[in-house]
Design a protein around this ligand. Structure first.
Ligand SMILES: *[C@@H]1O[C@H](CO)[C@@H](O)[C@H](O)[C@H]1NC(C)=O
Length: 309
């Protein structure tokens, strides 16, 4: 080889060798990491973003323990992730990125607690749909009237407003988050003369046939002072309306976190790959829901009149 050419090729070889990519060492998880590979030799995890750019590497040991949020979450199993509406999309993503080779699906690998997967009940209010007209009965009632024969003033107590009892029964549980029990806020729509648009907190369990009940008294009590003449008895007449309203609702459970594809042979240099499903699937593709029926009982007291006889 001519000396000049030799020198050029030597220089090129040196350049190629002398500029190794300086890998960023990450101490915590970048927000935009969508997938990762485990590098067995160095004991590190390589993180990538959605454009397939390497974001850097993390030591396995830097993974802090995973903090599950709230009480309404549970770990998502490998079986459950495959029951999500978007599972086929996740599978296609893996096939496209790493190939459709023999592999095992896993979630919540103990060695990588920060790459966990969970499923949580929504923390948004669940709206109640009313089915049919409320069934109501109205009664006239009286309060007080115990004082007779003394003149002066009497204090009579009146309660106005509505007391609610909501009973819910799970009619269809979801395949994911089975048995999960959670407190939810149920939005009660306004129904003329029956409800005034409120919300009630109740407990729902993801298990078919489970019933629970909650009460919420939104009546306010006040005192009416009445001048009672000699020989008179004063009382309060009022109307009490009790209604039963049937309804139903749906409670979404949303899956979140990492799904592992553990290949039997190295693909794209690694055996273990994981993908952040939140980056690949929209919320609908990660959601399943529970259905419940409800019976709302209300008691409303109104139209108070002082009657002295
Ligand atoms: C992710 O974040 C890194 C570092 O902040 C940035 O270099 C990279 O371009 C981001 N990727 C995307 C897809 O936004």
């Amino acid at each position: 080889m001519a000396p000049v050419l030799y020198l050029i090729s030597l220089a090129l070889a040196l350049v190629a060798h002398a500029s190794p990519v300086v890998e960023r060492r990450l101490t915590h998880m970048p927000r935009n990491a969508t997938k990762l590979a485990v590098d067995e030799e160095s004991g590190t995890v390589i993180l990538f973003d959605s454009r397939d750019e390497r974001l850097g590497v993390m030591e396995r040991d830097t993974f802090s323990s995973f903090d599950r949020r709230g009480g309404a979450c549970t770990a998502l199993s490998a079986d459950e992730v495959q029951k999500l509406p978007g599972w086929d999309k996740l599978k296609d993503y893996a096939n496209k990125n790493w190939g459709n080779y023999e592999r095992q699906i896993a979630t919540n690998e103990k060695e990588y607690p920060e790459r966990a997967a969970s499923v949580c009940a929504t923390n948004e209010q669940v709206e109640l749909n009313v089915n049919g007209d409320p069934q109501c009965t109205t009664q006239s009632q009286s309060a007080g009237g115990d004082f007779s024969g003394t003149s002066g003033t009497v204090a009579l107590s009146q309660s106005e407003g509505t007391a609610y009892t909501l009973e819910t029964t799970t009619t269809k549980s979801s395949d994911v988050a089975v048995g999960l029990k959670t407190d939810i806020s149920v939005g009660i729509p306004e129904i003329a003369d029956v409800t005034w648009g409120t919300s009630l907190t109740t407990t729902v369990t993801n298990s078919q046939g489970t019933t629970s009940s909650t009460t919420n008294n939104q009546q306010t009590t006040s005192t009416v002072t009445v001048a009672q003449a000699d020989g008179q008895t004063c009382k309060l007449d009022f109307t009490s309306q009790t209604c039963t309203t049937k309804g139903s609702g749906n409670l979404p459970f949303i899956a979140t976190g990492w799904v592992w594809f553990e290949y039997k042979k190295k693909t794209k240099n690694h055996w273990l790959w994981a993908v952040n499903m939140d980056a690949i699937l929209d919320e609908g593709d990660r959601s399943v829901s529970l259905s419940f029926d409800s019976i709302l009982s209300t008691e409303t007291k109104s139209q108070y009149n002082v009657v002295c006889q």
